[in-house]
Design a protein around this ligand. Sequence first.
Ligand SMILES: *Cc1c(COP(=O)(O)O)cnc(C)c1O
Length: 385
Amino acid sequence: MRTEFLPFSPPLIGPEEVDEVIDTLRSGWITTGPKTRLFEEEFSAYLSAPGALALNSCTAGLHTALVALGIGPGDEVITTPMTFTASVNVIEHVGARPVLADVEPDTLNVNPAKVAAVVSPRTRAILPVHFAGHPADLDPLRELARAEGLQLIEDAAHSIPAKYKGAFVGSANTPAAFSFYATKNLTTGEGGMLTGDPEFLDRARVVSLHGMSRDAWKRYDKGGTWRYDVVLPGFKYNMTDIQASLGIWQLRKLQTFQARRRKVVAAYNRAFCSCEELELPVERPEVEHAWHLYVLRLNPASLSIGRDQFIEELTARNIGTSVHFIPVHLHPYYRDKYGFQPDQFPVAYRNYQRMLSLPLNPRLTDADVADVIQAVIDVTQQFRR
Ligand SMILES: *Cc1c(COP(=O)(O)O)cnc(C)c1O
């Protein structure tokens, strides 16, 4: 057994990131400036996105998108219960009502048929989340949005770099918000990126920085002016050049990171595919999975312990795990405000009860991966029914 605890998802920061941050600190310009611009350019070029706006979180990106699209009180936004609370909190922030639609049993992404069933005259937008890095089924969602005149806003926190039918998530004209939080596939400590068409991004840029018609870098740069207009009461959501220094190099290393993630996934799949106690994550043929998370599901009928104890057994074997996610409708605020029952979204609820996320990150050595596999197999065999 492992003697040292294996953390679930530590970042992988190299000397390039460190040097770039130091260069920024010495440069005389540490907030939004040339490196943020460079990161935006390289990010949108990587995805072939029409444009990109760097922000201080994915949450900020989602909030900014809702505000820039004019979604507010009286409006409804349809999203998934199988997500982090940020996806739903932002809907509350703009005074709109989150409407949940249950997920598909294989990918745990929002089910387009369930989305269609809850469209109402108040619906303004659909907010799918690409759970674990597997793209949601975008074609039927786009078709529904087109037919009903709705906005589509993608929570792409997990999905750099994921592809749906050959195109990168975030490369469309509709808004997508990425996260560079410490545990995500690409990290700037805290940070995010909003992609979408240039006209939308122009508005989003103003919303994200105090509602000012010109940003600080342009004002303080040579040839800039002290003059600006406040055109709406905006937010303070800009990314700093210190964060962008990390992002520039993380993006340049992304291919290598992803190759390692895929190798780890392949090793897990090989090791677990013959265990009837375990259900493995899927990758539909029309997508490229970003493999942010490796979500294992337990088959309760063939094990004598539940998910919680399974996690305890792994912790006792020094393997760090997590659960993604406690469904939104179970959290007290949402449960009480909207009167949700656990079984109202049965696919999300039942899968939540039997899911856990194994370590999946480019820092894992072959020995770490072997330790995780050994611990999972050991617990499975010990508690086989
Ligand atoms: C991490 C995460 C977010 C929030 O990202 P931040 O950059 O921390 O704001 C939003 N949605 C999902 C699904 C996430 O996992």
